[in-house]
Write a new protein. Sequence first.
Length: 314
Amino acid sequence: MRLKEPGAAYSSVHYSPPRAGGTLEALDLTRRFGDRTVVDEVSFRVEPGQMTGFVGANGAGKTTIMRMIMGVLNQHGGTVLWNGRPIDARARSRFGYMPEERGLYPKQRIADQLGYLGQLHGMERSRALTEAHRLLDRFGLGERAKDRLETLSLGNQQRVQVAAALLHDPVALVLDEPFSGLDPTAVDAMVGLLREYMARGVPVLFSSHQLDLIDRLCDALVVLDSGTVRLAGPVEQLRGARPEQYRLVCTADAGWTRGQPGVEVVDLDGNTAIVTPADAEARNQLTRQAADRGMVEFARLRPSLGDLYREAIS
Ligand SMILES: Nc1ncnc2c1ncn2[C@@H]1O[C@H](COP(=O)(O)OP(=O)(O)OP(=O)(O)O)[C@@H](O)[C@H]1O
């Protein structure tokens, strides 16, 4: 039976045994184009087995940094470290990279070029082909292996590009917008696959403009703005560092909160106020006042990564 695309069923093929990954680190990376500095002393870490989301507006410098990490673009300052040492070509050859420009040939047959790519990474052709078929099966594209890439839908071409990055059992993954253009089923399939690599200690750095996806997937976040890091670290730490926010709902207008000592009113809409008390005393005083005004709800708000991102770049 020929599988339909997209959203075809995904087979669950078992993975090879665990293999150690490592820590990837950018240290003061700097890059200029002409006299314009587009990446300015950027530092961050991608921990083993963690998924780190790389976000920033168009032109913030994400692709340029990924290219420097992969050595396809020279840096003008700073270093890329792999397990604490300056990275070299040998270490990079064990990375899986999905470049922005993708890089597979539209007119070539899928299995042929995956086999060739595997050979470029030092794999025996037969092993590369076996691995290619396993990954294509995993993405529901097993029956398309002999087709030319250009005959697939864009989303399915994207899955093949990801398969190309995973082919040689990489120790780290650097993926430039791997989820763009994928339907929700394909996103879930790819996330499931990436998690298997992470379970083996593989660090994953991926860029995306989809903040909801980043919120759902990431252990850590790097927010880039005009070539500089505005926010970086484990997601829970970043959330915890933010001032506590509460939603207060009363039966009557909540405008009175504006006059409360030690309380910043972030937003006010009729009976509802979003507030940040300066400390526990201010919070207790606020709830006492609210109790006398028909308090319906007083709940701590968990900031989304979208909130953190917007605050970081504002
Ligand atoms: N080869 C180049 N020559 C000149 N300028 C470049 C070159 N490559 C990138 N730039 C510039 O460097 C800046 C960063 O670009 P980059 O592609 O890294 O951003 P990005 O964050 O990946 O953006 P996007 O989200 O749109 O992919 C941009 O201003 C871009 O125009």
